[in-house]
Design a protein around this ligand. Sequence first.
Ligand SMILES: [Zn+2]
Ligand SMILES: [Zn+2]
Length: 784
Amino acid sequence: MERLKVVIRGAVQGVGFRPFVYRLATESGLPGWVLNSSQGVFIEVEGERPALEEFLLRLEQEKPPRAIVQSLEFSFLDPVGYPEFVIRHSEEAGEKTVLILPDIATCPQCLREVGDPSDRRHRYPFTNCTHCGPRFTIIRALPYDRPNTSMAHFPLCPDCQREYEEPLDRRFHAQPVACPICGPQVALYSGDGHFQSARHLTGDEAVRQAAQAVREGRILAMKGLGGFLLIVDARDEATVQRLRGRKHREEKPLALLYPSLKMIKGHCFVSPLEERVLTSPESPIVLLRRRGPRTPPPDRGGLGGGEVCESVAPGNPYLGVMLPYTPLHDLLMQDLGFPVVATSGNRSDEPICIDEDEARQRLGDIADLFLIHNRPIARHCDDSIVRVVLGQELVLRRARGYAPLPVLLKHEIPPILAVGAHLKNAIALSVGRQVFVSQHIGDLDTPEACAAFERVIADFLRLYEVQPVAIAHDLHPDYFSTQYAKSQTCPELGRRIANRKSQIAVQHHHAHLASCLAENEVEGPALGVIWDGTGYGPDGTVWGGEFLWGDAAGFERVAHLRTFRLPGGEAAVKEPRRTALGVLWEHFGPQALEWDDLAPVAAFSPQERRLLRQMLERGVNSPVTSSAGRLFDAVAALVGLRQEARFEAQAAMMLEFAVDEAVTDAYPLPMTQYPIPNTQSLVLDWVPLLEALLTDLRRGVPVGVMAARFHNALVEGMVAVAQAVGAERVALSGGCFQNRILLERAYRRLTEAGLRVYVHQRIPPNDGGIALGQVAVAAQKLSE
Ligand SMILES: [Zn+2]
Ligand SMILES: [Zn+2]
């Protein structure tokens, strides 16, 4: 007789792990106990050695599907004589390293119950069980028990209480368990009334009338899982335009919610991997290539639903598509039977609204109706966005379904808070070996976004109860996140972290490199090809087309794209035509500003050109940049695709979409030595590329061919630099690697050249992944 002690760390709370262990132990006739503590799941069982070994194996093999075991330690000890197997109560004390699970999409069993007229949860929008339902968005504190969630003020009815207490029930210890008798309720209000007013509908009638309103072309604000969604009929051009007008979102693609996978397949191409992601517990928005008129689905009959109108994603061959992930979403969509736009409930790029009062204020003049409910949302969480590239998942926006699962480091590091960059902000907090990357917060351009940023930091510090010894931030002095890191007293800590030694500035592209290496568990140096829009360089120029050799411990800028001026600075980001002029100026000088046959030149009046010329001549408000993202903009403007961008990276995206994939030749992009003395940096000189492009342009070569030759040139440039510096491992990071053509072709060509290539998977290649890299770099600094 021996005692087996097991400590499991990972996402094992709220997934039915304790009931699973209870069943396994009782079945095997092993007495002992299981305990959820803030440090993990502890199990002790007593029995003969073979029975204990089998228990150990089955624990791994038969664990509930959502249980993510990150560490399993065990030891055999002397028995103490337990009489039976029991579930011990959660401990409040101790270091809070337990994972908080993300929200989990409705499981098939719950969906069946919701659809079954004889079930007591028939058409109940908040049905859930230990396999599914809200987690991250209802948890207020650890450990994960009902009183610590926003379900605390819904006392269980006798039926739910029975299910909650019955070890063999699917709802045994399901903290958010609810039913129509005891759980949260929906209510439908018109946009002009007040939520206190008497005129509203509740229950099933509210859902049915909400659906009817959407069918009639009205804009519905629906309180979902991690915030409000704005919902309109995606087939109706006028309605979608009205939503865009009210939301001040001109052309940026809108996400779609579909009633069924079958209908998605009727509108888009869906690979088996894409189908898996669409129907996964994470249930993100998946970017899918839409079917054109020439590529109808194989079985056109009976698909129904109608076509999605053009203004959902103007000029975009992809649609961002998801399936219902709560019973509420599902009920609405089954009633409707056609795709709807389901976009974050916010104005422009502000954070998503999470409570009724906020929604009333901020969405009052956008939405016609409000479908709300009385289960509070503990924290905001947008829908995640995933693209399948290279036969694997690439998370572009990490939020619902993924946050706040940690990235596990190889070694324990001190607690570090990383505040990210400026665009697509997310923060990160390290605890032991775990780095908790927050849900997507957004661009820190508005007071609302900055408030959300501070709220998420306070939230993470409180939830995980750690005292960071350092705060890592971007090198850019003007970012709100940098200023926060440098000035902020942190009330959650009760002491000032703004101690100079504990503030660690991390260069933007170095953070990207470290993030990619950390996610892929790579140690030791690699060549980082770090391409994005804008990042503050230590030399005072704007970086963005970088080749950095190094790892978290440090880096050397071994190569970069040739620099050019951005006339108007930030204004150039919104006007690719300005960037095009900067690029032309760099090589051709003032004469290029007279070339009216070029679209970006023609897009300026003679007076505007004079002003731009003065700016460029004097170098006033015209920062020097090596940005790859801006080079994409310039080329998109030159080939006539886009002179002004309506949203970030629009021009670059259009250039990607334009590529004729059959074209394999490339423009020349030679490597030269940097003209500045005392540096060994190599430079990829795009001047020959520009000359060849202009020749093609004037010959009337199709845009798709030019776009392909440009992409191919960049890829060959990467291979040339990698070979010149003798790299064996290459990490691809930065927003440019959201571009499928660039990522796939770079991966293929670098691999063919004998290099090991690392790309992002669970952490975004864009600035949403910066905070992870900042943690890794800061940890290195602290260890020195
Ligand atoms: Zn379920
Ligand atoms: Zn109940």
